[in-house]
Design a protein around this ligand. Structure first.
Ligand code: ADP
Ligand code: MG
Length: 689
């Protein structure tokens, strides 16, 4: 930290101030090599004139008071003063207007030539820590809220993207006379990032405005709010995480505390699921009363089990959970899944029990999932720990992380017919193991090719981004984050913090991490099944086949909106197509077969299309009423690594056929727009690999 900064911060702290005035901020900025108007403090009109004569006219005078945050609101900023008389007048006016405030002096500074106004700021997010904001000033920020965010620290690519993201980016690039020194601007953003990372006492910072010029920039106004440095979460190393989570997803033995012999009980469901899905390792039901549980000899206490146990599930009333947990710890079990509910979600008492669980876990060197969760499912290891009964599952390549167990169960009940999961992990109140731990593990699990997450919040912000960024360089991560409204926005004194609505921060964090953000469940699973079942398109050219011109056009529109395109049909492709198409069907893309379209035609078209270089993928818009015929024909085709996505309008009325098509590996969507979007998302993901 530069010593100047230290000095200013400790002075403010000793005076009980959290707000640093403009002259203090500009001093700090100058110490960082950031260009400002410069500033001198005048304590009398005479002094103000002397300073002005020295720095040269025109000048600006501003009130300096620890009590005045928004200086210009009350007449505390006098601009473009051209002579000594003007300075005297301005000085008197300012001191008069603020006679009721503690004024430490009047700032005298050079009037900066006008440039493109920008705002740069930093605020601190409870989950992600320091967040950098950039926007164009004036109406752009006030009315249009045209700002972008990135979580600190940032890379050069992050800075480029955050500049490109604002709607006014064209102005930065140069538009009708405006021109901006982008290099200097980026350098400024880096310097701010660096300053805030070094100085955890800075809780909010605003440079508002900064004037951007064809050469360089000038910081015209600056304010800093100090705060208590936040605690950072202790980092768990990746290896540690991997070893512990291995016991969660691939246990060789599981004890179920609270396993029940009475159907209808949750402890019955959990044990039944393990048996029904043929868990191949050892199972130890623990039940105080029962001799056997569902035919398996039971133990009345966990300590009665002679062997070592990899993992335990706890499903007992909340009041008995702590004791059961401690017994598991004493038994030396390193991975415990607490499915019991009634903790932090019910209030303060529950929260303190969670703290106690965490403390015990630390002292016994074990980890736990939950409480208030539904355990995990790993189809590749036949582990199903769910609280509700789960029907047959096929072994798949999708990893799903959810906070709420009921959500996962509800989704799985139906969706297992059309999508194949490798892992479903529910994390509940995540008093210990959280989304980042699980994500990191799923990133390494070779069975998993696409990860979906349903999150209500992210606990370990910055680490989440770093972990996700690594994974998304290889496999897609799709996140549905609930709570998109601005309800959580705090009342704050800096502009940046007030603009940094919770959801915008998540948006920025997800972008930085390369995460695909889903709008809703349908969107998330719609994207996931495309990734799960089909290869990536190698180019942007698409052949659309349709039984109706209208939906063909809708697909064409969607392609262009998603920055994909209809493939060109070369002469050879046209010649082949002409041979198979009925005379009334034009040789176009989209190929509109009219209502006579049949499965053989579609198969022939695809086989011709496969030979064309410009066709990298297919969209087939199929009739629901003869969907069964398509299933058989499509299965016969060797797609040679080119993807196909199907659209079946009104598909919900022919679910059996849809399921058959899905299980054969062909994702089905209700609308051409959904199918095209999924294709585009895959293409964009592939391009970034
Ligand atoms: P506030 O505390 O109200 O944000 P500012 O210092 O930002 O006060 O001043 C208000 C406005 O006056 C700025 O947005 C800018 O347009 C203009 N301004 C302030 N200082 C200067 C300066 N040194 N040169 C040119 N314009 C200035
Ligand atoms: Mg300002």
């Amino acid at each position: 930290m530069n010593t100047l900064l230290n000095e200013i911060v400790s002075r403010a702290e000793s005076e009980g101030r959290t707000y640093l005035m403009e002259h203090e901020c500009k001093e700090i900025l100058a110490g960082e090599g950031i260009a400002t108007t410069g500033i001198s403090v005048a304590r009398s009109a005479v002094e103000a004139v002397e300073i002005s004569n020295k720095i040269g006219y025109p000048v600006v005078l501003k009130v300096l008071s620890p009590e005045v945050i928004h200086k210009s609101d009350l007449g505390g900023v006098k601009l473009n003063i051209k002579d000594a008389a003007g300075v005297e007048r301005a000085y008197e006016e300012i001191t008069k207007a603020f006679s009721g405030n503690k004024v430490i002096g009047v700032a005298v500074q050079k009037m900066a030539p006008s440039g493109l106004e920008a705002i740069i700021g930093v605020s601190r997010d409870p989950a992600f820590g320091p967040v950098l904001m950039f926007g164009l000033g004036g109406v752009f920020v006030e009315v249009l809220k045209d700002v972008s965010f990135r979580i600190l620290p940032v890379t050069e690519a992050d800075i480029d993207e955050m500049l490109q993201e604002i709607r006014g980016y064209k102005l930065l690039q140069g538009y009708r006379g405006t021109e901006v020194d982008l290099r200097a601007l980026k350098d400024l953003l880096f310097k701010i990032s660096d300053l805030v990372m070094r100085c955890p006492e800075i809780s909010e910072l605003d440079l508002n405005p900064v004037f951007l010029y064809p050469q360089g920039y000038i910081t015209v106004d600056a304010r800093i709010i100090l705060g208590k440095p936040e605690k950072t979460l202790p980092a768990v190393t990746s290896d540690q995480n991997k070893n512990t989570l291995q016991k969660l997803f691939y246990p060789e033995s599981i004890a179920v505390v609270g396993a029940s012999d009475k159907p209808g009980k949750l402890g019955w469901n959990i044990f039944h699921n393990l048996l029904y899905h043929r868990f191949a390792g050892k199972l130890y039901p623990v039940n105080v009363k029962a001799k056997t549980v569902q035919g398996v000899p039971a133990y009345s206490k966990i300590e009665d089990i002679e062997d070592t146990v990899d993992s335990a599930i706890i499903m007992v009333p909340a009041a008995q959970t702590l004791q059961a947990f401690e017994e598991c710890c004493r038994k030396g079990i390193k991975m415990i899944v607490i499915e019991s509910a009634g903790f932090a979600e019910t209030g303060e008492d529950g929260k303190s029990v969670e703290k106690e669980l965490k403390r015990l876990a630390e002292s016994y060197n074990c980890r736990f999932v939950g409480p208030n969760c539904s355990g995990i499912i790993n189809t590749h290891h036949n582990v199903v720990q769910s609280i509700g009964q789960v029907g047959d599952l096929r072994k798949g390549n999708i990893g799903l992380v959810a906070q709420a167990g009921v959500y996962a169960a509800g989704m799985l009940w139906g969706i297992r017919h059309t999508m194949d999961f490798a892992v479903v992990a529910t994390i509940g109140n995540k008093a210990d193991i959280n989304e980042t731990d699980i994500l990191e593990y799923l990133g390494e699990d070779k069975n998993i090719e696409v990860i979906c997450m349903y999150l209500e919040d992210v606990k370990s912000g910055r680490k989440f981004i770093d972990v996700a960024r690594k994974i998304t360089a290889q496999k897609p991560v799709i996140v549905l984050k609930s709570g998109r409204t601005e309800a959580g926005k705090k009342a704050v004194s800096s502009h940046t913090a007030s603009l940094a609505g919770n959801d915008l921060i998540y948006d920025a964090a997800f972008r930085q991490a390369g995460i695909i953000r889903a709008r809703d469940n349908d969107h998330m699973f719609g994207l996931a099944k495309a990734f799960s079942k089909q290869p990536f398109p190698s180019g942007d050219g698409v052949l659309v086949m349709s039984y109706t011109g209208s939906l063909g056009v809708a697909a064409a529109d969607a392609l262009s909106l998603n920055k994909m395109r209809l493939a060109e049909l070369d002469d050879e492709t046209r010649r082949y197509l002409r041979e198979i198409l009925p005379p009334y069907v034009a040789c176009n893309n989209p190929a509109d077969y009219t209502f006579d379209m049949n499965a053989a035609q579609v198969r022939d078209t695809i086989e011709i299309g496969l030979r064309s270089k410009d066709i990298s993928s297919f969209i087939a818009i199929l009739q629901a009423e003869i969907l069964d015929t398509y299933v058989q024909e499509l299965k016969k085709i060797d797609f040679q690594g080119k993807p196909i996505l199907c659209c079946v309008p009104c598909k919900e009325f022919v679910m059996n056929e849809v399921i058959a098509l899905e299980q054969a590996g062909f994702p089905v969507y209700s609308t051409p727009e959904e199918a095209v979007e999924a294709l585009a998302v895959m293409y964009n993901f592939k391009r970034k690999l």
